[in-house]
Design a protein around this ligand. Structure first.
Ligand code: PGA
Length: 250
């Protein structure tokens, strides 16, 4: 499955769920279900404590590993953080950056998110930049200016030829965990705007993958994926059960 030259990308964000055997068991079931498929890229983002175990389960499978965060600096004296070198040691190919739960609960600012994007790219880990507007911004009709500011700040000074290594995930805050996803048309309109904006400064806009996230379920996944500018999905709750995640992958 492709959108033009863009291979569909389905990412499971396990958030702060799973411990040891639960995580490796879930990863095993998913890897088995995905099998040898190469028409679609599946990525799992478990918590740090189980990255190594899940990495071992996924080795030799087509499913890739991602982390949920990274610290924007080299290995060193930073208590409680995890650096790119550590993620590479367990074969993380992707890292989520700027998820709204971190922006809101931990007050992560755009400047830090920008530094994380640079660090990930320098280490050849693909950053998945999460952006999205809160309900009050949507209701006041300011979705696009809000998203544009998030994009400008997060992508500040990213060389235009590296933009194709960034993945953007549009996750409206009102849709995350609410059971109220964006309509496929509504999400498509925002995704097209994001691509147009990237096109104003990078020649790789056509190669950039833009994912939708927020209450993705087996019942709505295919309609979302059918949109021309939706290149994949970032799935939270529904990625914690192998069956629902595999049904989303289709
Ligand atoms: P959800 O979360 O699928 O549970 O709505 C998506 C996300 O926060 O990435």
């Amino acid at each position: 499955m492709q959108n033009g030259s863009r291979k569909l990308l389905i990412i499971g964000n396990w958030k702060m769920h799973t411990t040891g055997a639960q995580a490796t068991g879930l990863a095993k079931e998913i890897a088995l279900g995905v099998g040898p498929r190469v028409d679609i890229q599946v990525v799992l983002c478990p918590p740090f404590t189980v990255l190594e175990g899940v990495s071992q389960v996924l080795s030799g499978s087509t499913v890739q590993l991602g982390a949920q965060n990274l610290y924007p600096g080299p290995m060193g004296a930073v208590t409680g953080e995890v650096c790119a070198e550590m993620l590479k040691a367990v074969y993380c190919a992707y890292v989520l950056v700027g998820h709204s739960e971190r922006r809101v609960l931990l007050r992560e600012p755009d400047e830090l998110i920008n530094q994380k994007i640079h660090t990930a790219l320098e280490n050849r880990i693909k950053p998945v930049l999460c952006i999205g507007e809160p309900l009050e911004v949507r209701d006041s009709g300011n979705t696009w200016p809000f998203l544009q500011t998030q994009l400008e700040r997060a992508l500040d000074k990213v060389p235009q030829d590296l933009i194709e290594n960034v993945v953007i995930a549009y996750e409206p805050l009102w849709a995350i965990g609410s059971g109220q996803p964006s309509s496929p048309d509504g999400a498509q309109a925002v995704h097209a705007q994001i691509r147009q904006f990237i096109d104003t400064f990078s020649s790789s806009a056509a190669k950039l993958r833009i994912l939708y996230g927020g209450s993705v379920k087996p019942e709505n996944a295919q309609q979302l994926l059918a949109q021309p500018d939706i290149d994949g999905l970032l799935v939270g709750g529904a990625s914690l059960k192998a069956k629902s995640f595999l049904d989303i992958i289709g």
